[in-house]
Design a protein around this ligand. Structure first.
Ligand code: ATP
Ligand code: MG
Length: 443
């Protein structure tokens, strides 16, 4: 992609309304634009990151056995009356009425709808377990939308819903998601810690929030530092191995970690002093077993091996991809701008032409762009007629993992410069060596 033809509305000024660094950088880098309070348009650069985050989430959902569907944003109030939540949900729900005076709503979540889909199709334990997920926009009329897409009113959510015959099955489904989440956040370059969360009237221990430590986080958290060095379950994990997954989850819940709502000061005091961490965090995911809370009132039943019909056991599993984009920036930036992890960068390479209009430099850049793109790398080619300083500043601000700097001086010696954004490390090499060097990966 040539920058001169792209749509990248960079802001020179730091927007005053933005209180935290991710919000400032997303606005400055032209990733998002506010349309109303807590409602954002995703501009090209932001959308590319959001799509890459979604791709990682999808890959790990599929690996763990979940199946993608797509439910609508607009839902019928009648469905929510069946569970009793239409009246219970309160002001966060955006309520609408259609031309036939039917009550509708913009979905804040999808338990009712997915339960409706399930009950219309599944009758027998032989069809279980199932886990259906989608990635869809949600609306919650938050009292205090803030921090850009971190807490917005319209936001993207990956929400998965599991269905099992009994609680033991549901626990395994829960464990699958638990492990999928560990892998997802690690692939996004994040260290997320599963923390005990409220289970409400259901009780038990099957509710965890996945929290990223960050000074700007809205949650107050308490945990054992040991988590930061825990090993992430490998891609070869067997998601059908009930005991194996349980062992992984047991390990990842063996140390103290709780948000303020679940905090137990006495238990926390037993964490050895040097490892005891009281910090702030960002909730990026939440998994929850809620048994028959919806299947019971909504009549979603399956017959077991004994022929007896029972309400199905369910869990729900949310991740916020739009919040994650901001959370990744909170975790990975410096004074000059964003530092994207390779896995979600909007482009792999920024190609900087230091003398646009110069025949030899233009030709070298065009051929580098063609070669890298041919090899499957995405390239944002800064071909604008701008000072080198402005190009460096833009490249650092938007944070592409690699910068290839091409100028007439270097070219005269047959060299270009390669910079790794994360470390600032630079090396000079021949254009013909670039591809092999980039494939070799990080320095
Ligand atoms: P919070 O405590 O932050 O309000 P929640 O408990 O309401 O979150 P869930 O209903 O569990 O959130 O939603 C699942 C995921 O959706 C959250 O972990 C978060 O990543 C994301 N999410 C929830 N609310 C918002 C929001 N207002 N803006 C952006 N992402 C959100
Ligand atoms: Mg909320």
């Amino acid at each position: 992609m040539r920058l001169s033809r792209y749509f990248l509305p960079i802001l020179r000024e730091t927007p005053k309304e933005a209180e935290i660094v991710s919000h400032r950088l997303m606005l400055r880098a032209g990733m998002i634009r506010q349309e109303s309070a807590g409602i954002y348009a995703w501009l090209p650069l932001g959308l590319r990151v959001l799509n890459r985050v979604n791709a990682v989430i999808r890959a790990e959902q599929e690996r763990s056995g979940a199946i993608e569907i797509l439910m609508p944003t607009i839902q019928s109030a009648d469905l929510w009356r069946e569970s009793g939540r239409y009246d219970a949900y309160g002001k966060e729900m955006l309520r609408l009425r259609d031309r036939h005076e039917r009550d509708m709503l913009f979905g804040p979540t999808n338990e009712e709808m997915v339960t409706g889909i399930f009950r219309s199709a599944v009758r027998s334990y032989k069809d279980l377990p199932k886990n259906l997920y989608h990635i869809q926009w949600k609306f919650r009329d938050e009292v205090r939308p803030r921090f850009g897409v971190m807490r917005s009113r319209e936001f993207l959510m990956k929400d998965a819903y599991s269905f099992d015959l009994d609680q033991a099955g549901a626990r395994h489904s829960y464990n699958r998601m638990f492990v999928a989440y560990l892998r997802t956040f690690a692939r996004l370059g994040l260290k997320a810690i599963p923390m005990r969360a409220e289970t409400g009237p259901i009780g038990g221990d099957l509710s965890h929030e996945f929290i990223i430590l960050a000074q700007t986080g809205e949650s107050e958290v308490f945990c054992d530092q040991a988590f930061l060095d825990f090993e992430i379950p490998p891609a070869t994990t067997d998601f059908d191995d009930v005991a194996g997954l349980q062992a992984t989850v047991d390990h990842w819940t063996s140390r103290y970690a709780a948000t303020s709502e679940m905090h137990d000061a006495a238990a926390f005091a037993e964490v050895p002093e040097p490892a005891r961490m009281a910090a702030r965090g960002i909730e990026v995911g939440h998994i929850f077993y809620f048994g028959t809370k919806y299947s019971e009132p909504m009549g979603a039943k399956v017959s077991g091996p004994d022929g007896v019909e029972r309400p199905v056991h369910m869990g729900s599993y949310g991740i916020g991809p739009s919040r994650l984009v901001a959370a990744i920036i909170e975790a990975s930036h410096d004074e000059a701008g964003i530092v994207w992890p390779d896995s979600v960068a909007p482009f792999d390479v920024g190609l900087l032409n230091l003398k646009a209009g110069d025949g030899a430099t233009d030709a070298a850049c065009a051929s580098i762009q063609a070669e890298l793109e041919e090899a499957g790398l995405s390239v944002l080619y800064d071909d604008r007629d701008e000072r080198p300083g402005a190009k460096f500043a833009t490249a650092d601000l938007i944070g592409l993992p690699w910068q290839v700097v091409v100028g007439p001086k270097g070219l005269a010696e047959g060299k270009v410069e390669l910079k790794r954004r994360a470390t600032g490390a630079r090396e000079t090499l021949a254009p013909a060596e670039l591809l092999a060097r980039l494939r070799q990966g990080r320095t």
